[in-house]
Structure formats: structure tokens, C-alpha cells
Design a binder for this molecule. Structure first.
Ligand code: PEP
Length: 260
């Protein structure tokens, strides 16, 4: 039997943009623009700042919107003396579906390590949510020919100790650091090659079925203009979008990649 096709997932990472009023307005605009055909073809998630989550949840649930709520980060413990941190249990209570873990901005600016990403992935799964595990190389690493080594190491570390069934349902986002927020995008061929490497690492650690099911996003200056080519690659199953997710029309333009 042929394996089920992977549903594309387009995720908007709003980073530290939009207060809760702006967040409500953006989700409402997005829903106004997107139609049933879009939602039939593509899964969509939005990842507002923590302070917006409850407001966005209320809008999504009140209007029964087919948009998944996502978070940008969490701690791995459920509770405790971790000033400023957010519990995965609290996110689950808000009906969060996806949680980004190991975004390069968290790794580079806030010292998040592979081990922390692995602990967070396990905590997110334990609360019934789906991690979006980020990996990606710096420009120096790319120029030194170390992309595959860096990305493979990050993926192996993130998946350590997670069983194959759980791996098959999660999302991995390949985000070359030099392409995030810079306007530079990896060529579709380069992005495809690294995403294929990611899938082969998943096959190694969790088996062929998990590798076939896991969804791999590309992230790094994705826009409507480059989305069709990127999403057309066999190992790219969606996009993690920063800047272009802050404006409803721009984000909807990326979701509409499915129209070709
Ligand atoms: C991101 O924030 O994960 C990202 C890919 O940002 P941008 O689309 O702005 O490059």
C-alpha cells in the first residue's frame, strides 16, 4: 500500500511582534482571506508571543477557525522555580497544538543547547502537543561544508530517546541561520538536499515508517514568490515563516502555494 501523503504545514512564527490586540486582528484577517480550499489543502498554525496566546485561542475557538494555535518556546518542567519560563502543561491547557523548540534565535541568543531541545521535545509530547524541532547551520558552517554534520547532529540529539511512533508525528524545521530574516533563501535544490538528509537521519534513528511520516518544513525568508518552488520539493512538507507571517495577505500568499 502506498504511504499516505504528508499534509503540508505552514507555520507563522510571530517572534516578539504584535500585542494581543494586534494578534486578534491578524488572526481574524487571516481567516477572512483563507478559504475552505486552502484549509483542505494545507494545515496552518500561528505562533504568537505568550501574552497573546489566550486571546488568540479565544478567537479561534469562538469562531471554530481551522487554524492551529502554536507557541514559540516552553520549559521542559511542568512547574517550579524557573522565573520567566512557561510550562508545557500551561500551553496544553490553552489548547496549543504545536510548540517550536530549538529555534536558532533561542539557541544563539539564549543559550539553548541540544540537550535542552531534547528535554523540551519530550515534555511537549508528554502533554499531547507536537514539537516543531528546529535545526540549521550558520553561514560559516555552510561555507566550511559542515551543513550536513551540524544538522544531522542537531536532529539526532533532539530525537534521542523518543520512540518511533512519536517521531513519526512530529515536525522538523530546517532553517539555515543565514537565511532567517535576511531576505536570503536557500535555493530549492539546496533546501531539498538538506531536508533529504534530515529525513535520512530520522530513518536511521526511528525507522523508515517514521521517516516517511515526519513532516519537514523549510524556514528562512519564505515568501509567496519562492513558496511554490520550495514546497514543490519532495522532502519539503511546509514552511516555518517569520517576517512574512506578520501580515495576513503575505502569509496567506504562502499558504496559497498549493494553487501552484
Ligand atoms: C523564522 O522566524 O523561523 C524565520 C524563518 O524567519 P523569516 O521567515 O523572517 O526568515
Amino acid at each position: 500500500m502506498a504511504p499516505a501523503p504528508r499534509r503540508p504545514l505552514i507555520s507563522g512564527n510571530w517572534k516578539m511582534h504584535h500585542n494581543h490586540f494586534e494578534a486578534i486582528s491578524l488572526v481574524q484577517k487571516l481567516q477572512y482571506i483563507l478559504n475552505d480550499e486552502d484549509h483542505d489543502a494545507v494545515d496552518v498554525s500561528v505562533h504568537p508571543p505568550f501574552t497573546d496566546l489566550r486571546s488568540v485561542q479565544t478567537v479561534i475557538e469562538a469562531d471554530d477557525l481551522p487554524i492551529a494555535l502554536g507557541a514559540q518556546h516552553c520549559h521542559w518542567e511542568d512547574k517550579g522555580a524557573f522565573t520567566g519560563e512557561v510550562s508545557p502543561a500551561f500551553l496544553a491547557k490553552l489548547n496549543v497544538t504545536y510548540v517550536i523548540a530549538g529555534h536558532s534565535e533561542r539557541r544563539e541568543l539564549f543559550g539553548e543547547t541540544d540537550d535542552m531541545v531534547n528535554r523540551k521535545a519530550k515534555a511537549i509530547l508528554a502533554h499531547g502537543m507536537t514539537p516543531i524541532l528546529c535545526c540549521g547551520e550558520t553561514l560559516e558552517e555552510r561555507e566550511a561544508g559542515a551543513t550536513d554534520q551540524k544538522v544531522s547532529g542537531q536532529v539526532r540529539a533532539a530525537l534521542d530517546g523518543i520512540d518511533a511512533e512519536a517521531v513519526s508525528g512530529l515536525v522538523i524545521a530546517y532553517e539555515p541561520i543565514w537565511a532567517i530574516g535576511t531576505g536570503r533563501t536557500a535555493s530549492a535544490d539546496d533546501a531539498q538536499a538538506v531536508c533529504a538528509t534530515v529525513r535520512s537521519v530520522v530513518a536511521e534513528v526511528a525507522g523508515a515508517d517514521a521517516a516517511q511520516s515526519v513532516r519537514i518544513q523549510y524556514g528562512g525568508s519564505v515568501k509567496a514568490a519562492n513558496a511554490v518552488e520550495l514546497m514543490g520539493q519532495p522532502d519539503i512538507d511546509g514552511a516555518l515563516v517569520g517576517g512574512a507571517s506578520l501580515v495576513a495577505e503575505d502569509f496567506a500568499g504562502i499558504v496559497r502555494f498549493h494553487q501552484g
